[in-house]
Write a protein that binds this ligand. Structure first.
Ligand SMILES: [Zn+2]
Ligand SMILES: [Zn+2]
Length: 302
């Protein structure tokens, strides 16, 4: 029983998890800083006091988030990881496969800092692109949308809504992360054998860590944090909130980089009017009854 609880509470004490307690606290600090900055237009008191209300954290919508958090962590910890193995094992296996089947192809002489930065950027970009692609197909195909609408059925967005995914979608995201990490890291281990250490591989986690720490928790919140002109390049929390809106046709599939949405014309920047008129989250009556039909209201930002 203690093991079971430890396993589920581990998400709060694991720095690589989005809801690591330090990330949550920093998100609250960032939120209050943003609110103070906008005080003239934005009701700081009511925003922060709404965060402290019991009803915000405990209602029918958040109950589903917490239940799925436990179910998905249980499936992942008890079934998926024992069956598939860790990402590092996958990367070493793929590196070895390349060495045995393609042969030795080692790059030497490159400065380690360049290798580490290059590898970090490639892995982070590949991870972000694969998240975008999977999210895009979750909206495109009826059978996948039936799974993904569990996430979109949240009417209250809290940092825990990130765990509100159908167990099959959760499995698909796990496999996506596993494959991208194994593939990119496996190639890097093959190319730079002995020059790329676990420490450098962890450098990539540090990029994700910083992003998580600063903004990712606010994506699923009612704090409408916009990035202004930067929204052309980086998806802001407000842009992900537009993705959850009932009335905007779910634009902005991206997680971090906005480029992918720009390329397919699904990028939409935030509208300051929602600082005054809050967005309504959840599914439309039609979406909860029927499989999705592609919305036509998504506009290109370009
Ligand atoms: Zn979505
Ligand atoms: Zn979301």
């Amino acid at each position: 029983m203690i093991e079971f609880i430890e396993q589920h509470l581990a998400v709060f004490i694991d720095p690589s998890e989005r809801v690591f307690f330090v990330h949550l606290l920093l998100a609250l600090v960032a939120a209050s800083a943003v609110c103070s900055y906008r005080e003239s237009r934005f009701d700081l008191k009511s925003q922060l006091s709404s965060l402290l209300k019991k009803d915000y954290w405990f209602n029918r919508s958040t109950f589903v988030d917490y239940t799925l958090l436990i179910v998905n962590a249980g499936i992942k910890g008890l079934l998926v990881i024992p069956a598939v193995g860790t990402r590092f094992a996958g990367a070493f296996a793929f590196g070895k496969f390349l060495q045995m089947n393609v042969g030795d192809f080692m790059i030497t002489g490159a400065p380690w800092l360049l290798i580490a930065i290059g590898f970090s950027l490639v892995l982070f970009t590949a991870d972000d692109l694969s998240r975008f692609l999977l999210h895009r197909v979750m909206h495109k195909y009826d059978s996948l949308w039936r799974l993904h609408r569990v996430h979109h059925s949240a009417t209250t967005l809290t940092p825990f809504t990130v765990f509100r995914t159908h167990p099959i979608e959760s499995l698909l995201y796990f496999l996506r992360g596993f494959l991208v990490f194994s593939f990119v890291t496996g190639i890097a281990l093959w190319l730079f054998r002995g020059q790329l250490t676990a420490l450098e591989i962890l450098g990539v986690e540090a990029i994700g860590f910083t992003f998580n720490m600063l903004f990712a928790n606010l994506r699923h919140s009612h704090i409408y944090l916009t990035f202004g002109r930067l929204e052309r390049w980086i998806i802001s929390p407000a842009q992900h909130q537009l993705h959850h809106s009932k009335t905007h046709g779910h634009p902005n599939y991206g997680a971090c980089f906005a480029l992918w949405d720009q390329l397919i014309g699904s990028l939409r920047k935030s509208d300051p009017k929602h600082l005054r008129t809050p967005l309504e989250f959840g599914l439309t009556a039609d979406e909860s009854r029927h499989p999705i039909k592609e919305s036509t209201s998504v506009q290109s930002y370009a």
